[in-house]
Design a protein around this ligand. Structure first.
Ligand SMILES: Nc1ncnc2c1ncn2[C@@H]1O[C@H](COP(=O)(O)OP(=O)(O)OP(=O)(O)O)[C@@H](O)[C@H]1O
Length: 253
């Protein structure tokens, strides 16, 4: 079941990681020779216990962190740490890390303005995105006055307005109530971009993703079908995870 396919870099891949290693000064080996290829349109879930390296993986893909060795490529072109790559967008785990402008409008416009678009194009993209997410009514509100769930939708809008082809969602359903979580899932179902979703919400991953990796201690332990990996109780429990209750009807392994 666990299929650790070797890297076959290809121009058409949305993302490829070739033996990527990363260490923080005080934590050695946070990413341990990660090799991964993702095709355009794929929806990849990333699960793993706390500290497995999910957020670090995302920051490395975006070029915020520099790998100690190995290569990251987005749409065939190597990621240079520190270089802005508009093809990829990251929705942070904590929206407070992402939102900083005096109004929702300014926050969502910020990224588009930095792409160099003129006022009319910026206004059109911001309006469209806020409408698409059903949050146009917040446009003049300060983001720090919004609830956690509302802030998350604004953070998503800020990324979507830049129209990236690959979007990384770090714990998108954290702190959402049932209705907001459902709305987010429905929204993500309709997404046309390539998605990578890191989450402890296994049911959300099951609903949305066509492929899953299980990460632990910076190592890809399994790569394959979400149902198959999550149904493997010994595998899940060995890595601090539980088989989701929605899969209990599957035969025990
Ligand atoms: N800025 C940092 N400096 C030093 N160590 C860090 C830093 N950020 C994360 N770490 C460490 O790197 C490891 C991986 O952390 P990371 O946040 O990537 O894990 P995660 O899988 O996203 O965890 P969680 O599920 O709790 O969000 C952990 O041991 C963590 O303590």
């Amino acid at each position: 079941m666990a299929n650790l396919s070797p890297a076959q870099p290809c121009e058409d891949e949305a993302l490829s990681l070739d033996q990527v290693v990363f260490a923080y000064p005080d934590v050695p080996c946070v990413l341990n020779e990660i090799t991964l290829n993702i095709q355009p349109g794929e929806r990849l879930g990333v699960i793993g216990p706390n500290g497995a390296g999910k957020t670090t993986l995302f920051l490395t893909i975006c070029g915020v962190l520099r790998p100690s060795s190995g290569a990251v490529r987005l749409f065939g072109k190597r990621v240079i740490p520190g270089e802005f790559r508009p093809e990829v967008g990251l929705v942070f785990q904590n929206p407070n890390d992402q939102l900083f402008c005096p109004s929702v409008w300014d926050d969502v416009a910020f990224g588009v303005e930095n792409l160099g678009y003129g006022e009319a194009e910026v206004a059109e993209r911001v309006t469209q995105t806020l409408e698409q997410l059903g949050i146009l009514e917040y446009r003049d509100r300060p983001p720090h006055h919004l609830s956690g769930g509302q802030k998350r939708m604004v953070a998503i809008a800020g990324v979507l307005a830049m129209q990236p082809q690959l979007i990384l969602y770090d714990e998108p359903s954290a702190n959402l109530d049932l209705r907001s979580r459902r709305r987010l899932i429905e929204f993500l179902h309709q997404a046309s971009q390539t998605l990578i979703i890191a989450s402890h919400d296994l049911e959300l991953i099951l609903e949305l993703c066509d492929r899953l990796i299980l990460l632990d201690e910076g190592t890809v332990i399994a790569d394959g079908s979400p149902v198959e990996i999550m149904s493997d109780r010994p595998l899940m429990e060995a890595h601090g995870l539980e088989k989701p209750s929605g899969l209990l009807s599957h035969p025990p392994r």
